[in-house]
Design a protein around this ligand. Structure first.
Ligand SMILES: *Cc1c(COP(=O)(O)O)cnc(C)c1O
Length: 348
């Protein structure tokens, strides 16, 4: 094998990841702080995230599917892994073989686990208002879980990133469940839920986006550090005379004789077309605005004010999540999970 250098890089800050986890752990009161690792650790690489957080003391991890669970084995010593989407018919072999437990989401999944789970532990999701996955409260209070050894009883907040009455309603519903449904632990809060206060912490919190640099609510601003720093190399710098245009559709016209840095990145890498008109990068402290449309694997920046820039230089993309989310209209989640496989992921 020859080592082929990539022109695209995600620099990933381990200290910032761990600091974010510690801050979130501190907000949850007495609750343990877990980590959501689905979608390959929100695009950072689930294995590395798990390794770094486990080394920092995190013990509870969550993925969406059994394929994601399989990709994480062997697990670091002493950690627990839960599969949020539970067990469908075709998952039972994986569920019996892998060192992970399902989060059962329906009467059907509970029946399946009772019949074929061989008495292994499970988690259970109860719906308190999001109506996505989970048993209904009346099903659970009606005895659907009787005799089942539930490790963690979960529910999920629908509107935790907003100041909505639904948060207090879901909190009250989950407290009532805790008082009536036996389980070893209870867990309600995602990142935004953690920011709602220690009342929402119960025994275990499950942040995702805030670990990775997202700010889910204003309470987290100033505490959450950026973790993901995309960078891309300049393929060439060209001179574009005043009045000429750049890119598909000729949407940008040079207002003066301009130096344009063309870079190895585009929408196929998750850098979507909605960054046009608001995206940017920096080189040696100088700001370079994105010009023209985003192509599949090329974008262009106005580098007229960046004297000395040339082929092979690395540009740092603007990727502070709350800021770029506000500018582009993409959610902080989309900004991370879309980052593609052409980025080399480098932890520092
Ligand atoms: C994704 C997810 C989380 C983490 O959510 P964030 O908003 O990223 O903190 C927690 N719990 C469940 C059930 C999830 O699906």
């Amino acid at each position: 094998m020859i080592a082929v250098p990539s022109p695209l890089r995600l620099s990933l800050d381990r200290d910032a990841l761990v600091a974010n986890w510690r801050w979130l752990a501190g907000q949850g009161g007495a609750a343990a702080c877990g980590a959501a690792l689905k979608a390959d650790g929100y695009g950072l690489g689930a294995r590395a995230v798990m390794r770094h957080l486990a080394a920092a003391g995190c013990r509870d991890f969550f993925v969406a599917t059994w394929a994601e669970a399989a990709a994480l084995t062997p697990l670091p010593a002493g950690v627990s892994l839960s599969v949020l989407h539970g067990v469908g018919d075709s998952d039972m072999i994986a569920a019996r073989l892998l060192p992970a437990r399902p989060v059962l989401n329906s009467i059907e999944q509970v029946r399946r686990w009772r019949e074929a789970g061989e008495g292994r532990p499970c988690d259970v999701m109860v719906d308190t208002g999001i109506n996505r996955l989970g048993l209904r409260v009346d099903e659970v209070l009606g005895g659907a879980l009787d005799g089942l050894a539930v490790e963690t009883l979960l529910s999920h907040l629908a509107s935790a990133d907003e100041d909505s009455d639904q948060n207090a309603r879901q909190l009250a519903a989950f407290r009532a469940l805790r008082d009536q449904v036996p389980a070893r632990r209870y867990s309600l809060a995602n990142s935004a839920g953690v920011c709602l206060g220690a009342d929402y912490g119960f025994d275990l919190t499950r942040p995702g986006i805030a670990l990775y640099g997202g700010t889910p609510r204003s309470e987290a601003a100033g505490h959450i550090r950026q973790v993901v720093f995309p960078a891309a190399r300049v393929l060439q710098v060209r001179t574009v005379p005043a009045g000429e245009t750049v890119g598909y559709g000729a949407t940008w016209t040079a207002p003066r004789d301009s130096r344009i840095a063309v870079v190895n990145m585009g929408y196929a890498d998750g850098y979507l077309r909605c960054h046009a008109g608001n995206g940017g990068a920096t080189w040696q402290g100088r700001a370079l605005p994105l010009v023209g449309r985003v192509s599949m694997d090329l974008i262009a920046f106005d580098a007229s004010d960046a004297a000395g820039i040339g082929e092979g230089n690395w540009l740092d993309l603007d990727y502070d999540l709350p800021d770029v989310s506000a500018r582009s209209g993409l959610s902080q989640y989309e900004l991370l999970t879309g980052l593609g496989s052409r980025f080399e992921r480098v932890w520092r």
